[in-house]
Design a binder for this molecule. Structure first.
Ligand code: HEC
Ligand code: HEC
Ligand code: HEC
Length: 290
């Protein structure tokens, strides 16, 4: 935990810097590495174009039939094994037709080898052929699974708008984050400079903004949220409110509470959600829409 706290001190500094409202200037920022892309044909296999995530369902079919081959093999049930293998082979040969851009990820050689090995009933051949097929799955997943999830299974953070309760203006999610960070860092910045009234003002704004942020979760979640905006975090916020209201607030205590919020809310929520938002940003950038 200590390591996290030290790390977080660095993050706080960084957030403070970018939260001045400048954000990243995309005009002068260096071009981000290589383009990332997703086959265009996938669009037709996911909502809103498709009524369901067709590609994902095919994957699940691929996985359940593949595992069924293994189960039947374990039970030496060669009759049912043939049925399972045929199901697997059908999906395996159908997929490159559905996503032609990914044709080379489904080598014909591997399915022929697996079929021959299964027919031989020779475990010395079946084991390696099975393992190689596992390698086929992994090589594509390592490259593409996360980015596909971020594009098709996550709502796009850039489509979410949050009304700032302080200014009354609508903001993009990332724009609003800068305002949350501005108030959050404002509390401790002014406290350390002995500007208690300014710090109290930042706290009041922070509390309002934090509440608005908590409500923005509803854009994607329909169940009660635990962790990052729960009672544990709210009580740290309320404890700051109590301390900062005193005539001579205990600065160390407030700093400790602010760090707690920074780790338990900001940082941990970023660990879960920011990779998706950043993939979405990179995809927009590659498509030239950012
Ligand atoms: C050409 C690329 C590619 C190949 C080859 C591939 N997959 Fe996938 N697979 C994906 C992508 C992309 C996803 C993510 C889909 C999503 O979440 O909507 C996925 C998701 C899955 C999932 C869902 C996992 C989960 O719970 O999120 C399973 C199961 C799966 N694949 C099994 C397999 C098996 C078994 C093989 C090999 C026999 C295989 N896949 C080969 C691209 C591939
Ligand atoms: C753009 C969509 C989006 C927004 C906005 C969003 N989340 Fe999530 N969040 C997801 C997705 C997708 C997952 C992973 C799958 C799932 O749980 O639905 C997730 C997972 C989580 C999880 C872990 C799994 C669970 O459901 O408990 C928590 C906790 C969480 N989010 C909290 C929050 C909180 C708190 C907010 C608001 C401050 C928020 N999320 C805003 C999309 C979003
Ligand atoms: C949903 C959980 C969630 C919580 C809780 C959260 N953030 Fe964020 N934050 C995000 C996501 C997602 C992004 C990336 C948004 C994007 O790039 O579209 C982000 C981005 C940021 C950014 C960079 C903005 C940018 O994109 O340039 C800052 C600064 C930030 N958050 C500060 C904070 C602070 C400070 C807190 C705590 C007081 C906090 N965040 C709490 C999800 C969260």
């Amino acid at each position: 935990m200590k390591k996290t706290v030290i790390l977080f001190a660095g993050i706080l500094f960084l957030l403070g810097f970018i939260s001045m409202g400048w954000g990243v200037n995309t005009e002068t920022a260096p071009e981000s590495g290589k383009d990332i892309s997703i086959p265009a044909s996938l669009d037709a296999l996911y909502p809103p174009k498709a009524p369901a995530p067709v590609f994902l369902f095919k994957m699940i079919e691929l996985a359940t039939s593949f595992t069924a081959v293994g189960v039947n093999l374990f039970e030496s049930d060669y009759d049912n094994l043939q049925g399972s293998f045929q199901r697997f082979k059908n999906v395996y040969t159908e997929l490159p037709k559905m996503v032609p851009e990914w044709k080379e990820y489904f080598p014909e050689k591997n399915i022929i080898e697996l079929e021959a090995a299964l027919n031989s009933k020779d475990m010395g051949k079946i084991g390696p052929a099975f393992e190689k097929m596992g390698g086929v799955c992994l090589s594509c997943h390592a490259e593409n699974q996360t980015i596909v999830q971020h594009k098709f299974q996550w709502d796009d953070f850039s489509n979410i708008s949050v009304t700032d309760p302080v200014s009354g203006k609508d903001n993009s999610f990332s724009g609003f984050m800068h305002q949350v960070a501005f108030s959050y860092d404002g509390i401790t910045t002014d406290l350390m400079e002995n500007q208690i009234d300014n710090s109290r003002k930042h706290f009041a704004d922070f509390k309002k903004r934090f509440t608005a942020m908590s409500e923005s979760c509803d854009a994607c979640h329909s169940t009660e949220r635990h962790y990052y905006v729960d009672n544990n975090v709210m009580s740290m916020i309320n404890n700051i409110g109590e301390e900062i209201g005193k005539e001579t607030p205990d600065i160390k205590k407030i700093q400790g509470l602010a760090e707690g919020i920074g780790i338990e809310s900001c940082y941990k929520c970023h660990l879960v959600h920011q990779p998706a938002a950043l993939s979405q940003y990179k995809l927009r950038k590659s498509a030239g829409t950012e």
